[in-house]
Design a protein. Sequence first.
Length: 100
Amino acid sequence: MTAMLERLVMQAEAEGAARVTLRALVEEACEIGAVRALRTLGLDEKAGPDISELRQLIQGWRDAKKSALAAVVAWVVRTAVALLLIGLAFKLGLVERVKG
């Protein structure tokens, strides 16, 4: 897209347009396009803080998921180790010695 824009600017310059005027025209067109894109998404020019807040919420959700997964993995590992130790205690007869 940039190459096409550059070609258009070069063509306009070749036809006598001033580069400063072309730059202002392109910048204005970009701003209008950005506003149109925001409106298409249901947002206005003041949507920056809302988008920032949404990003923070999404990051919080990702952090919570990561923490929950880490907690589940830790719980599973502890349970496996506990079951292994209990099985080892039965296998070595330690339970019989304690009872008896």
